[in-house]
Design a protein around this ligand. Structure first.
Ligand SMILES: [Zn+2]
Length: 324
């Protein structure tokens, strides 16, 4: 099906220093492998001795990484919406009430006057659609040609390729969003600096990333669900994220801890799988984060409790452009 995908035995690896230019070297934190798609390779996670930023090193090159993003990669499928039905408002009374009552913080945006918005890693375009329905003039950047094509079929302008290679836009954006994308980038600092040039004065950047500062990372280590090796090249904590944002020209305004326990549940699934315990249950738990249905609603009170203490393993961050 896919073209130009390198074969399994020729994954090209590369090593890159801390993007913040630190020079005191790294500490090995753990070794892990791809648990989501079961693709080959063992990868190290290291922590910079100077700034504390954790990264996957060595890692597949940008081209080699295509192997780890098959067309059936979860987010590409999960963000597909039916082009014919999207014009119809499908949200019933119950659903609207639910969205008002439950704030998962997953894609939480600041209240700002709509203008031009850009989504980095827009996949098949579901969030572009949501933005445009709230009055935003939305466009996207997407690494997967297949997903980008799908988003374009919904009528959005989408650059197909890496954000690193995307040309400067003709106009400035008021808002740039990236849901679970920064940790996938080979050079997040360069991209943060690039987006800084792309936004209006005092423009907004809203990101979500896994939170490796949460206890669940310390508990589950190489079995932590959100480790997602080797696709995740960086493993941020609130502190290391703030630091790289600032280096890229962004001031962190707020950090929201997402009200979901899916990381922890997926990690328990991995633990049980590794210990060959409860095979049916372990597979169900490991697969739950990808398709959790209504479980998130059931766990909302408990997730809110963990979120209060910054312990849910996923965060959404609002940042504003530090004007030159
Ligand atoms: Zn560093």
């Amino acid at each position: 099906m896919s073209m130009n995908v390198p074969s399994r035995d020729m994954i090209e690896l590369e090593s890159a220093p801390c993007p913040l230019g630190c020079r005191r070297g790294d500490l090995l934190v753990l070794r892990g492998h791809d648990r989501l798609n079961h693709l080959p390779g063992v990868f190290n996670v290291v922590r910079c001795r100077t700034c504390g930023l954790m990264r996957t090193d060595p890692r597949p090159t940008l081209e080699g990484m295509r192997l780890y993003y098959p067309d059936q990669y979860g987010p590409y499928r999960g963000t597909r919406i039916d082009p014919d039905r999207r014009k119809v408002d499908q949200s019933g009374v119950l659903r609207r009430w639910a969205t008002r009552f439950f704030e998962f913080n997953t894609m939480r945006l600041p209240t700002i006057q709509p203008g031009r918005a850009l989504e980095i890693g827009c996949a098949s375009g579901a969030f572009l659609d949501r933005l445009s329905r709230s009055g935003w003039n939305a466009e996207g950047v997407e690494f997967s040609d297949t997903a980008a094509k799908y988003a374009r079929s919904l009528g959005f302008s989408v650059y197909s390729g890496s954000v690193e290679s995307a040309p400067d836009p003709q106009h400035l954006f008021r808002l740039v969003v990236g849901w679970m994308v920064l940790e996938h980038l080979h050079d997040p600092l360069k991209v943060l600096q690039k987006i800084h040039r792309w936004v209006e004065p005092k423009g907004w950047l809203v990101l979500s990333v896994p939170n490796a500062g949460a206890m669940e990372f310390t508990i589950f280590r190489h079995r932590w669900y959100a480790l997602h090796l080797p696709n995740h090249l960086y493993h941020f904590t609130p502190k290391s994220l703030s630091r790289i944002l600032e280096a890229g020209g962004w001031r962190t305004v707020r950090v929201f801890h997402q009200r979901t326990l899916m990381n922890a549940i997926g990690s328990v699934g991995y633990w049980l799988q590794d210990h060959a315990l409860f095979p049916g249950l372990s597979d169900t738990l490991a697969a739950l984060p990808e398709d959790c249905g209504h479980v998130n609603y059931l766990l909302y009170p408990l997730a809110s409790f963990f979120s209060f203490f910054g312990q849910t393993g996923r965060m959404t961050v609002w940042a504003r452009k530090i004007d030159d």
